[in-house]
Structure formats: C-alpha cells, structure tokens
Ligand binder design. Structure first.
Ligand code: MG
Ligand code: ZN
Length: 205
C-alpha cells in the first residue's frame, strides 16, 4: 500500500534526525471512525455505537503513558433530529465505562450539534472545538495532536495549528481517495488508532 511505503521512508528519515518529536501532552480524538465504527446513516443509538477493535486499548495505553485524552466530534445528527442528547449520553457512558475499568477518564467530549448551513464556528472543518479544548487545557497547540479519519478533521486541526494524524479506519480510506490531490505530504496515514498509538509509544512517530 502507498501509505506503507511513505511510512517506511519517514521512519528512515527519523532515524537520521536529531530531533525526536516530544510526547504529546494531550491526544484529541475524532469519535466516529476513530474510536467507534462509523456509518453513512449516523450513529444514532447505543446499539450503533461499537468500538473499533483495539481503540479502547489504545486510549488506555496513551493515558497510562501520561497523555491526557479528549474527544472532538461533529454530531449534526442532533440538529437533524436523528437522536437526542440522552442517546449520546448513553454512548459516551459506555465509552467512559470501558475506560474506567482501566482507571482512565476523558478530559472533555466536545460536540458540535449544528447543521452544515448553521454557520457555527464549531463544526469541523471549523476549528472551534479544537480551539476550545486547547484554551481550557493550558497546553500549546504544538503539545496536542488530533486524530481523525476525515479530510475536514485535518482542515480543523490545520486551522487550530494542531499536529494531525490521519487514520484509515472509518471513512479514512475513502477520504484518502476522495481528497487524493489535497492531502499534504506532511500528513501521516495510519491504519487505525491502535497502529498510531503503538508507533508513538515505540518512538516511531
Ligand atoms: Mg470521523
Ligand atoms: Zn457547531
């Protein structure tokens, strides 16, 4: 796969480089397609919310290595009336339960409930959610990293000045193709959150 070759080249360059990337102070995660499977029909209920294998373990691994974890997610299904806040609370209750088994918690779950036409400043590709998380964290943009599966996740991170990692889970593989001419060469593509977390903790990111 193309991305495998790119990654190979990048790791060779990193071996020769004197500057190793510092461990992030906070990892901000997109939700659908990164933590749980995504659907073109929206994730509407607890039944729809199914973790991607390895994603919970990855969050635990990152948190236990000292990183703070936050979530930033577009949820226009709220504004569209496809589900209610209580449905989201059930999904996020499940996520928090799975993490609490390992004494891990999330710093914040930031959500945008708006529709594309609402002109809010929080719906990605707007950077509002990431900026909000950044401002309340006390960290600089460079100390954080945003992990997402969509091109607009990268756009939001770019506008907030936060380093970005693209994952091919969820809509990621489709997004890689769809925006083939637009992805900057600097963006690294990993198969999923687990693979990136392992690379990071092995000092290969
Ligand atoms: Mg997503
Ligand atoms: Zn919004």
């Amino acid at each position: 796969m193309l991305t495998g070759i790119d990654r190979e080249r990048m790791s060779i360059q990193q071996i020769g480089s004197a500057t190793k990337r510092p461990t992030p102070g906070m990892v901000i995660l997109d939700r659908d397609g990164v933590i749980n499977y995504d659907s073109d029909h929206y994730i509407r209920s607890l039944q729809d919310w199914i973790p991607i294998p390895g994603s919970i373990e990855a969050i635990v691994r990152l948190a236990q290595s000292g990183m703070r974890i936050a979530v930033a997610s577009n949820q226009s299904g709220l504004g569209r009336g496809f589900f209610k806040v209580r449905d989201l609370n059930r999904m996020h209750g499940r996520l928090l339960d799975l993490l609490a088994r390992h004494q891990v918690s999330l710093e914040v779950i930031a959500l945008c409930p708006h529709l594309p036409g609402d002109q809010c400043d929080c719906r990605k590709p707007a950077p509002g959610m990431l900026q909000h998380i950044l401002q309340t964290s006390g960290l600089s943009a460079g100390q954080c990293v945003y992990i997402g599966d969509s091109f607009r996740d990268w756009q939001a991170a770019e506008r907030a000045g936060i380093p970005f990692v693209h994952v091919l889970s969820g809509k990621g593989a489709r997004e890689l193709q769809k925006h083939a001419d637009d992805w900057p060469a600097s963006v690294q593509h990993y198969s999923d959150l687990e693979q990136w977390s392992l690379a990071l903790l092995a000092g290969r990111w």
